[in-house]
Design a protein around this ligand. Structure first.
Ligand SMILES: [Zn+2]
Length: 365
């Protein structure tokens, strides 16, 4: 721990900084695990829902409560998943508006780089929009939002294990491959881990690996044991793991993750609400960090969770006594573990360093 001094006159204890959401909001952050569908800008969504004639509460607060996980609820994975509605949109302009406003609002969390994931099916299914057109619409809107918010962004395409077979994923992959450009840097496997283990999707991941265009991150060990993490890393070629809280149970796996530099994308608030971990105070983040496992800190679905990425930082500071230096290391590792090309990682590391210097200077008063 350090104290921040100004001419040895005023001292600000470091825990005062790291445990204060108003201060930590400005800490420069890299986020690698955020689902676009779980991060909607609520006022924009409300206006759209009313305009499109959906049966939703007329006042904004009641509407917000209706799309968010109740703060007094017990952890409940199915209740959590039920909040991902996909009937908001009537046109591609609707898609564009909600995406750009949602991405822009990530600036409130001090984001410097956002690796955002989305499912083309989520946006296309109800209106049967052309998938390639939807993908391009979302990518353009992500650019618009990131430029409004003043940060960099790239996208990952989410494939849903409970809704798509390996063959259907391969069909969607072909569409993504033709419709996308360098703004898409990876693929993600999400959905029901319990009933759809990663091995079912080997033909799809064999294709992803043999083509070599995209890196992979796979949700594994969120509500299942360490075996799905082994499978994702060793047989499906995952470069990162979504959640992976179960790696706490397996020290050999921890060593494997360290050696192969496979980072875990941990999400304290989400892991509690979904029942992935029993509480927030004893979340594996602190112990995995101490064990030298590559860990990153993420929000997952901030709107659904009624929380922010900054809230997760403050929780990590309180529960695991993280210092500003710890947060710096976590974010530098997130940049190394991102799916950006190497030259962009270098320039992002520089930008992050500059933003961090500014942050440290501002904390002196
Ligand atoms: Zn996720």
């Amino acid at each position: 721990m350090h104290e921040y001094s100004v001419n040895n006159e005023s001292l600000v204890d470091e825990t005062t900084i790291t445990r204060d959401a108003a201060r930590m909001r400005a800490f420069p952050k890299v986020e690698l695990h955020r689902h676009l569908e779980g991060t909607f800008h609520v006022p924009t969504l409300h206006t759209m829902a009313l305009r499109n004639g959906l049966d939703v509460p007329k006042d904004l607060d009641s509407f917000a409560a209706s799309v968010q996980f109740p703060s007094d609820s017990e952890p409940d994975f199915l209740k959590f998943l039920s909040l991902f509605r996909n009937d908001w949109y009537r046109s591609l302009d609707d898609v564009s508006l909600i995406v750009s406003n949602s991405v822009a609002s990530a600036a409130d969390d001090g984001i410097v780089y956002l690796e955002l994931r989305f499912s083309p099916e989520h946006f296309a299914a109800v209106n049967d929009f052309d998938r390639a057109t939807v993908i391009r619409t979302v990518l353009d809107a992500v650019d618009e939002g990131a430029s409004k918010g003043g940060f960099r962004a790239r996208s990952l395409i989410t494939f849903n294990r409970s809704k798509q077979s390996a063959e259907e994923m391969i069909d969607l992959y072909r569409i993504v491959d033709a419709a996308s450009d360098e703004r898409v840097v990876g693929v993600d496997l999400a959905g029901d881990e319990l009933n759809f283990p990663p091995e079912l999707f080997r033909p799809f991941f064999d294709l992803v690996q043999s083509e070599g265009r995209y890196r992979s991150t796979i949700h594994a060990g969120e509500v299942t044991g360490p075996e799905q993490i082994w499978e994702a890393v060793d047989r499906l070629g995952a470069s990162r793991i979504g959640h992976g809280v179960a790696s706490l149970q397996d020290s050999k796996l921890q060593e494997h993750l360290r050696e192969k530099k496979v980072a875990l994308e941990l999400c304290i608030t989400s892991n509690y609400q979904t029942g992935s971990w029993v509480d927030q105070e004893s979340h594996p983040f602190g112990r995995l960090l101490e064990a030298g496992v590559p860990v990153t800190l993420n929000s997952d679905d901030p709107t659904i969770q009624n929380s922010t990425l900054t809230d997760d930082y403050v929780k990590a500071a309180r529960f695991f006594e993280l210092s500003i230096d710890d947060f710096e290391q976590i974010n530098r590792l997130a940049i190394e573990s991102s799916f950006l090309p190497d030259n962009e990682k270098v320039s992002l590391l520089e930008e992050f360093g500059e933003r961090l210097r500014t942050f440290r200077d501002e904390q002196k008063t």
